[in-house]
Design a protein around this ligand. Sequence first.
Ligand code: ATP
Ligand code: MG
Length: 265
Amino acid sequence: MRLRTGVKGFDDLVAGGIPRGFMVAVVGEPGTGKSIFSIHFAWQGVMDGQKVIYVTTEESRESIIAQAQQFGLRFEKAIENKRMIIIDALLKDKSDRWNMIELTIEELLSKIIEAKKELGYGDARVVIDSMSAFWLDKPAMARKYSYLVKRVLNKWNMTIIATSQYAISTSFGFGFGIEHVADGIIRFKKIVKGWELKRFVIVEKMRQTPHSLRVHEVEIRDREGMVVKGPVSMSKEEVVLPEKVVEGVKRGILRKSLEETLMEG
Ligand SMILES: Nc1ncnc2c1ncn2[C@@H]1O[C@H](COP(=O)(O)OP(=O)(O)OP(=O)(O)O)[C@@H](O)[C@H]1O
Ligand SMILES: [Mg+2]
């Protein structure tokens, strides 16, 4: 069984969705779209009747709710209806039961399991945004922590998206911790092209899946959210010309080569 991500155009890249029970790493530089991808994934879980647990370490709960709201995704309603719990690991304030005081793997796992019990029986989606926050000052632990999270949460019918944002120097020094353990890697990229910021996504790994090997352009649109567009190596004409025009051009070329053949004959 595959889980739809809720990101327009993305599921086609992974044969319909992310296999249930997987832990998938969503990686990329700041501002590339990791959290927005995660927000869509979380919302699709609510839509598909699953329980959703969203751990946020670099933004507050309110910030995640406000970001979702910009795309018309009503996280507050989902929380009210006990379909979703957002665990806030940023504010470290003890007044809310769903805040984390210490950024440790032990507390992370126990909060997630507590949240799952609260939400009740059934399949769950978990977002850990970001997972790299848990090994910031000890990058050598990345692999061990990732393995622990996967092994423990696997028993709870959870499908996990874990974002990771680390300096390249870190990954060189200590190996790709989460990336070996994860069942899939979705990488977001950004470049400035023609004085404009462009975003891209590539599925670098997805076990048990004949996934796309192409880099696809991504847009984040106000009110709509993330949309995956076509693969980037496609020529501009192919993307923008309506089918009729393309057909016409093809027919023209065909006619011309037919004429040439006849003339030669
Ligand atoms: N309403 C909106 N309309 C258009 N673009 C938006 C909107 N809201 C956010 N964005 C874009 O999305 C970007 C943020 O994306 P996101 O938070 O997913 O990045 P991230 O990869 O999680 O970054 P970080 O590693 O810093 O957490 C913003 O910098 C902005 O460019
Ligand atoms: Mg983020």
